[in-house]
Design a protein around this ligand. Sequence first.
Ligand code: HEC
Length: 110
Amino acid sequence: MAVTLVIASAVGAARAAAPADLVALRTGAHNVLLGRCVPCHRGSADGAKNKALAVFDLDRAEWSQTVSDERLPILMDRLQSTGTPAERAQVQQFIDAELAYRVIARGQSR
Ligand code: HEC
């Protein structure tokens, strides 16, 4: 359902701007990861790790843009041992919507 809405709104959206539904899902995932993936993935944190920041840095507004399509599903692997079922569902929704949006955004840029 959420994915359908994202696709529908993405078609009409300017190429550079992510649709509002996706922005909300991205923010939700960001909040989950801030609770679970620091200090390593947060540039300003003591104990941040350069290799982890290269994958994503939660201090960046566009934190998810450095995560490749192939790596997005790995977020779920890393959440298996630490997240709650609700947190995992939230991040999975974001991943599905983000991947769907990227396909559309690429189509528009051709
Ligand atoms: C203790 C430090 C630490 C924590 C906590 C941590 N990571 Fe990482 N993460 C790393 C490091 C270092 C790398 C780069 C090296 C590697 O791939 O293991 C990495 C890499 C990754 C990658 C890319 C893996 C690949 O195979 O390409 C993903 C995705 C990722 N982390 C997600 C997460 C998520 C999601 C969380 C929180 C649930 C998390 N990490 C928590 C240190 C951490």
